[in-house]
Design a protein around this ligand. Sequence first.
Ligand code: BES
Ligand code: ZN
Ligand code: ZN
Length: 495
Amino acid sequence: MQIQLETQPYSSIQADALVTYVFDKENKFDGALGDIDRAMNGRLSSLATSGELTGKSLELVLVHFPEGLAAQRLLLVGAGKPDKFAVSDLRKIAGTAVRHLKSRGVKTFVFLTREGERGPAAAQAAVEGLIVADFESDKYRTDRKDRDIQCVSLAGFDTALGANLTAAIDHGRVVAESQNFARDLINEPSNRLTPRMLAARAEAMAKEAGLGIEVLDERKIAELKMGALIGVAQGSVEPPRVIVVRYTPENPRLGAPVLGLVGKAVTFDTGGISIKPANNMEKMKYDMGGGATMLGAMRALAALKPSVSVIAVIPATENMPGGRAQKPGDVQVAMSGKTIEVINTDAEGRLILADGIFYARKLGCTHLIDAATLTGAIEVALANVNVGAFGTPREYLDRFLESAKAVGEKMWPMPMDDEYEEMIKSNIADIRNTGSGKGGGAITGAWFLKEFAEDTPWIHLDIASTCWVDDGRPWLAKGPTGVAIRSIVDFALKM
Ligand code: BES
Ligand code: ZN
Ligand code: ZN
């Protein structure tokens, strides 16, 4: 999708459509909308009076051959109540326009911003919304339509801001394309994305983006004594990998913080010997969503160049019930030396992250973020609305939540009281890999990870219910969402 900043007046731009947005109960149109209304002899006002144009959130009104505009159509997207409106809502508005128009064969349109949103933040949000909305999960369909939007012109922005605006547009493009890069990986079925293939995709991305990369194979993993990861991987004939991607700023300061991004990449989770039911098991191809998230974030950071060093550590494996698979009751020794009683082989994500988190600290990470499709319990707690966000110390988590809010990603802080730690005590080892079975499953999962992060500032994002959506949204195709990448990128840039 080509995106360009327009300097010509919006009304004279030739395009298949012109898109703008209308607020709830905005019955007196002023500014550009007033001009459009007048050129159309008050047609907008009469649509508002008749109740067809109300401005409620994401309402769509399409007018053909609008008088006074060179564009063929006028699409008005509802922006909701003005007091609830934030610049980040432009993502959904621009994205909804893309999906609506592309199903109507539109190839080019003008996106006209309103008077309150003419700066770089608005341009970035709009661009992100446009590109993320254009992604489809139809790679393996031979009858796919390839109905992409070819060109969008951004109009109404304060072009006096010049370089700032173009930088914001470039920034939005990088972040959104990185989100789509991760979504493409998450979509891949497990026969087309084994741990080795994921490592190859990461290598290709790193090479293109100019990032450092090292892939640890099964021999190196054994040498490092990553017993928790090996325990999971031993049930599969596919060997595990640990993918390490590095971004180093131009003049790294000695003793400066190093951000570690640890992502769960189980390329398929059968549950292992504690096998999952057949219903919906095919969705467990997206159990590498945390790893893909971190690769997407690294791809964006390579271009946006934060001043902090960042290292991504991605343990990748299948979780299979092969003849050598670990069994309930087995005890594994993690790389850190802690012993783990494996009560349920389906709680494998926390096992591989135990070694991933410890290894990231060994590599010098002073601050950690992990992302994982860790528990079904997070869906019970938060549905597919919020990411479950855990972390210690609390101030570190709060700073991250600020970033999430700024980029329009919903995340909810979850408790880390000591009482939950009691629930993962084992009778025969240091810890067990499941809680007591009396609720709090997402929290005991987080506590298990904290045993390996220890006192290093750490954030855990449980994206099990938000990394994939079964029903599409007006601004997003069904399937992988690419959630958390924008927040992580924003956080790293502000660190
Ligand atoms: N990969 C699953 C979690 C999951 C569930 C992700 C649904 C996406 C959608 C994870 O490995 C798992 O199976 N967790 C178990 C943990 C339990 C055995 C303690 C769960 O949530 O049931
Ligand atoms: Zn599992
Ligand atoms: Zn899993």
